[in-house]
Design a binder for this molecule. Structure first.
Ligand code: B1M
Length: 211
């Protein structure tokens, strides 16, 4: 079955939706636990692609294609997810900060986390500090992700971090976006920074001790 799941991963990276659906259904029919289909077939393939993307060996369209194809595979697994047979690794609460409507990068980060087995709550764009805090209180996520693309809006991140930490001093907050740098992230007290969507999953997992 390992070979079948490797083929599933390859089909996912090739963006072959039909093959991904077929191989996922076949694996289920043969009694492979849905969690194993995710952990042994789909996720390692996304991680491989993520590493190539971070190294500049794969490009944005490939990442988008694979993430979209994975969504189709996940649709096949949806009944199992609803039955609780696939457990999310953790919950990410993500959004683009107030005053900023850029969301292409944020959406990519969301897709990569979903591909990495996370449950993602996406607050969208132009999210106020209060909006983040209310959602944090309500959802109790394991990780908060803040995205900003403007030099005029990255300052919002510091405010969100301060307010969320007032709520929960141990809150873990990951920041990113084109104008954000590690030194800035350190200065505003973020738990982590990632330069791209693939690195975001890596840093996020490591912040949560998921390896
Ligand atoms: Co805007 N824009 N834009 N824009 N826009 C930039 C960012 C800009 C650099 C263009 C320029 O002037 N060269 C400039 C900012 C300058 C600055 O602040 N120093 C700019 C400006 C000025 C503006 C407006 C003010 C223009 C105007 O109206 N006068 C305006 C602002 C509106 C607002 O937000 N209030 C504006 C509007 C827009 C559009 C609506 C037209 C559109 C956005 C559409 C959308 O997002 N739905 C847009 C676009 C498309 C861009 C550019 C061209 C492309 C951004 C993008 O999507 N990149 C951009 C120029 C550029 O970047 N070259 C620009 C692709 C995306 C995959 O990359 O978002 O960087 P990125 O995400 C990466 C990483 O940053 C990282 O991972 C992603 C994938 O690997 N990442 C994270 C992102 N979030 C992360 C979170 C993480 C971790 C990693 O953890 C949680």
């Amino acid at each position: 079955m390992k070979a079948e799941l490797t083929r599933l991963g390859d089909a996912l990276l090739a963006g072959n939706v039909e093959e991904v659906r077929r191989l996922t259904q076949e694996a289920l029919r043969l009694g492979v636990p849905p969690q194993a289909i995710l952990d042994t077939g789909m996720r390692p393939a996304m991680e491989r692609l993520g590493e190539r993307f971070s190294a500049g060996l794969a490009y944005l369209p490939e990442l988008l294609l694979a993430a979209d194809t994975m969504k189709e595979g996940m649709e096949v697994l949806r009944p199992a997810v609803l039955r609780g047979e696939v457990r999310p690794e953790a919950t990410l609460l993500i959004g683009t900060v107030e005053g900023d409507i850029h969301d292409i990068g944020k959406n990519l980060v969301r897709m990569m986390f979903e591909g990495g087995g996370f449950r993602v709550i996406d607050l969208g764009i132009d999210v106020t500090c209060e909006g983040f805090v209310e959602a944090y209180r309500r959802e109790q996520p394991d990780l908060v992700g803040l995205s900003a693309l403007l030099t005029t809006t990255i300052g919002q991140m510091e405010k969100v971090i301060r307010l969320i930490r007032a709520e929960d001093p141990r809150a873990r907050v990951l920041v990113g976006g084109a104008p954000v740098r590690q030194a800035f992230a350190d200065r505003i007290g973020a738990s982590g920074y990632a330069p791209d969507a693939a690195a975001a999953v890596k840093v996020g997992r490591s912040l949560l001790g998921l390896g």
